[in-house]
Design a protein around this ligand. Structure first.
Ligand code: SAH
Ligand code: SF4
Ligand code: F3S
Length: 483
């Protein structure tokens, strides 16, 4: 009761100061780190807080509330956030009333400890507790610190319409599921994001449809393991409501692809142990499903994969790659690699290099192993590869990949590619940039095209990963004015 009285007093103060009550009229600065899912979550947070009366700003000096949506995947991801908090500390010295909150995976991992370690932090909120943000901010307004890091088995924010942040108005993310049940031994995600749960397919299709009607032309369906998306059916295969259809990932993708042939579909991330041929056949059947698969391998050694608890062997993985190449010969494939995982021998590292040369990935995201607290690997194995060995192996992996990427990019020169125009090139205001179905960036003179149009680009030359070309045809975007 006492809290309530203090709260009302504070509301009065705000009324006097800026003519608005409670949260209304306050300015939010929201910064995001980590994976696409985190960026997508920030759009949910922005939606919840704009309902509560906040408007956004990019200027920390102007912000009443600073929220950092954080990543905990590797130690250096956390160090970046700590560096940013140091910077905000200097602003808060001048503006003590400014509220600073940490959201996302680092908030979930460190919980109350964050309040002890980072004295300027007032608010700690985990990925499943964003609906509670307005209440938690009220609590901070009463002079208390506020924490909610409860993980949920149901929360998917299904009916919340995200506020598109930093949007180009052409491409958007749609979260189709949350959490992860896989327990790869190196990975902190199951601890920070909780159990896997899928979102109602009707709400996903609705969101994609509404984006298309607003002029968007590409959606990326997001989940830590999209191949395990399921609706109305349990992990054991029991149907929950027999009167309704069940939906798996292949079916969901088809539902979204049918919205309109001009709406491109991408997705991330596939898991090699769960990726079915059904998904590949649906991809092949629809022109608007982009011919690009991100299929993280992590290591080329079956022994290492076993210690990583990935659930597949080198042979199984290569058989999945063979299926992609057979069903979609022109598909681009990318991957994630970790070097220097616990106990990785020189031979096992060489197996990773040989797998990369065999697959010839178009693109790879490559990391040194970073031990994460509480994970299976931290409890079971020694982080025994010296830092300089991890670094040297990473360099070797990067060198192989640079060669593969350059080789693949060169094969596109001389060809005509359909590109979705995303906006002006970062390097030249005379040029547009967009991506091919294979997710390769193409740069070309603007001509008569506009963002949101599809264009055909004749590729004249390339850098290591970018295509340079000229316009040969423009297919203007027609935005429905009925809605
Ligand atoms: N769900 C996705 C990956 C999410 S994390 C999947 O299963 O593939 C993105 C990438 O970060 C991982 O694929 C892995 O390569 C890397 N990663 C995760 N934990 C790591 C760690 N402890 N050290 C180094 N890299 C890590
Ligand atoms: Fe982490 Fe593995 Fe889940 Fe990916 S599938 S999020 S690597 S536990
Ligand atoms: Fe990072 Fe969390 Fe994504 S740990 S990679 S932000 S799920």
């Amino acid at each position: 009761m006492e809290e309530k009285i203090i709260d009302e007093n504070r509301q009065g103060e705000f009324l006097m100061i800026d003519g608005e009550s409670n949260l209304k009229g306050r300015k939010l600065l929201l910064e995001s780190y980590g994976c696409q899912m985190n960026f997508s979550d920030s759009e949910i947070v922005a939606s919840i807080l704009s309902e509560a009366g906040f408007s956004t700003t990019r200027d920390p000096e102007e912000a009443d509330l600073i929220l950092l949506n954080t990543c905990a995947i590797r130690d250096n991801a956390e160090q970046r956030v700590r560096g940013r908090l140091d910077y905000f500390r200097s602003i808060k010295k001048r503006k003590p009333e400014m509220v600073v909150g940490v959201l996302g995976c680092m908030a979930e991992r460190l919980r109350e400890k964050l309040l002890e370690e980072e004295k300027l932090v007032d608010l700690v909120v985990g990925p499943d507790a964003y609906r509670d943000l307005p209440n938690l901010i009220d609590q901070v307004d009463t002079g208390q610190k506020a924490v909610n890091v409860l993980l949920s088995r149901e929360e998917t924010y299904a009916e919340i319409t995200p506020v598109r942040l930093n949007s180009n108005g052409i491409t958007a993310f749609i979260s189709i599921m949350r959490g992860c049940d896989n327990m790869c031994s190196f990975c902190v995600v199951p601890f920070t994001r909780g159990r896997e749960r899928s979102r109602d397919p009707q709400t996903i299709v609705q969101e994609a449809k509404s984006l298309f009607d607003q002029g968007y032309r590409e959606v990326t369906l997001l989940g830590q393991n999209v191949d395990s998306y399921k609706w109305n059916i349990t992990n054991k295969g029991e149907i929950l409501d027999p009167s309704k259809p069940t939906t798996n990932f292949a079916q969901l993708m088809e539902m979204v692809a049918k919205i309109h042939p001009d709406l491109r579909i991408r997705f991330s991330t596939s898991h090699p142990k769960d990726m079915t041929d059904d998904v590949l056949h649906v991809m092949a059947a629809y022109d608007n499903i982009c011919k690009y698969i991100h299929l993280p391998v992590q290591s080329g050694s079956s022994e290492v994969l076993k210690r990583m608890n990935r659930g597949y062997s080198r042979e199984w993985y290569l058989q999945r790659i063979e299926a992609i190449k057979r069903i979609m010969p022109d598909a681009a494939i990318s991957t994630d690699i970790i070097t220097g995982f616990c106990g990785e021998t020189e031979e096992q590292h060489l197996e990773t290099l040989s797998l990369m040369k065999e697959v010839e990935y178009d693109l790879a995201y490559m990391f040194k192993y970073s031990e994460r607290p509480k994970t299976l690997a931290e409890r079971k194995y020694e982080d025994d590869i010296p830092e300089e060995v991890k670094g040297r192996r990473l360099k070797e992996v990067i060198d192989v990949q640079m060669e593969c990427s350059a080789k693949r990019t060169k094969t596109y020169v001389g060809q005509v590619h359909r590109v979705l125009v995303e906006g002006t090139s970062k390097k030249s205001d005379q040029h547009y940039q967009g991506r091919t179905t294979q997710n390769v960036v193409a740069i070309f003179p603007k001509g008569d095209a506009k963002p949101g149009d599809y264009v055909d680009v004749l590729v004249n030359s390339c850098t290591a990963v970018t295509l340079l070309g000229e316009l040969v045809a423009v297919y203007p975007r027609i935005v429905s004015t009925e809605n």
